[in-house]
Every structure is written in C-alpha cells, then in structure tokens.
Design a binder for this molecule. Structure first.
Ligand code: GSH
Length: 205
C-alpha cells in the first residue's frame, strides 16, 4: 500500500496520476499550508513533495518515484528498454530537471522579491520558460506525444507543470501543446487526481 505526501496541484500530482494510471490504491496526505506537519518532516526532513512511502520504504524525487513505480508494475508509461525508453526518460527528465526549475525561479521572484528586482527576474524567468514551451511546441508539431507515438510519464508531468502558468499571464503555450494537455487531462486517471486534490485545470482552453 502506498502513501503519497502531496500538495494540491504541485509536481506530486504527477505521481498521483501515475498511481491512478497503474490502477494502484494510495493513501493521500496533504502536507501543503504554511507549516509542514512534524510527522512528515520526520519522513522527509527536506519537507518537499512528492514523497512516497511504499511498505515502510521512503522514496523521494519525482523522477525516481515515477521510474520505480512504472518498473515495479510493468506500466506502459516508460518503455522497458532501448531508444524508446531513452526518449521517454529524456522527456521525463526535461520536465523534472529543466522545466520544473524554470518555474521554480519564476515562483521565487513572485514570492520573495519586490519592485524592480522582482520585475527583472520575473521577466527573465518567464522568457526562459517561454523558450522551453516553444521547444515543446515544435516537438509536438511533428510528434503526437513528447516521446513519440505513445503517452509516457513526461506527458503527465508536463501537463501538471503547465497548469502553474495560470500564475504568470505572460507565459505562452502553443496550440500543439494545448492539444496534448487537453488529451491528458481528459484521461480518467487525471480527472480522478484533479477531483481528489480539488484542483482546477486552467490553461488548456
Ligand atoms: N527535485 C524535486 C523537486 C521537488 C519540489 O520542488 N517540490 C515542490 C512542489 S512542486 C515543493 O515541495 N515545494 C515546497 C518546498 O520545497 O517546501 C523532485 O522532483 O521531487
């Protein structure tokens, strides 16, 4: 039995959707809010999500959790080997290690900075994010999904991250990308996660 420590709509939502896609039961622990619960900090002193506990074992880092779950349940969200697996991992890591931190810088500017400094750092962060979305848009002009012609875990994480754009009006997401976002959010596994976390999806219209 899995326990997922999450914050509504955060990157942990990708793990939630993956668990649903794999047909796994999960106990959800919402650790959002001003202060992390002490019991959660004992499990993960970094205090960030996603944190997954599987049969008493704690696993952190979203990319690692997704690979672990998919391999364990022999899911289709990551191909088993070869170039197909490499492409799926490449796009998963792009979302996890490039796109996610780019939004992290924009959130930092929004929350921690003020005045001119905030304006400058926010503008630089958003322009970097827009370049990344242009790259995704180009890829999805010639490929149905990020990693080729089947849905993989990167498509799910991309969809979760895209919704953070609702906080930044200058972020531009293209039509090819919106087509993918609409398809991913329409999946029962995604809808179930949105409902359970009480999150509204705002950016794919
Ligand atoms: N590299 C980590 C990043 C995790 C991360 O930054 N999570 C954010 C939510 S999207 C978080 O927990 N932020 C609150 C905090 O760090 O206290 C991963 O992929 O798991």
């Amino acid at each position: 039995m899995y326990t997922l420590y999450y914050m509504p709509g955060a990157c942990s939502m990708a793990i939630h959707v993956v668990l649903n896609e794999l047909g796994q039961q999960v106990t959800l622990e919402n650790v959002g809010g001003d202060k992390r619960p002490e019991a959660f900090l004992k499990i993960n002193p970094r205090g960030n999500v996603p944190t997954l506990v599987d049969d008493g074992h704690t696993i952190r880092e979203g990319g690692a959790i997704i690979v672990y779950l998919n391999d364990k349940h022999k899911g289709a969200l990551l191909p088993a080997s070869g170039f197909e697996r490499a492409a799926a991992l490449e796009w998963l890591m792009f979302c996890n290690a490039t796109l996610h931190p780019a939004y992290g810088r924009a959130f930092f500017a929004m929350k921690a900075l003020k005045g001119e400094e905030q304006k400058n750092i926010l503008s630089l962060s958003v322009s970097n994010i827009n370049k990344l979305w242009q790259d995704v848009e180009q890829r999805l002009g010639s490929s149905e999904y990020l990693a080729g012609n089947t849905l993989t875990a990167g498509d799910i994480l991309l969809t979760v991250i895209a919704n953070w754009s609702a906080h930044f009006p200058d972020i531009k997401i293209g039509e090819n990308t919106k087509r993918l976002l609409r398809e991913v959010i329409a999946r029962p596994a995604y809808q179930k996660a949105l409902q359970a976390e009480k999150v509204e999806y705002k950016v794919a219209a």
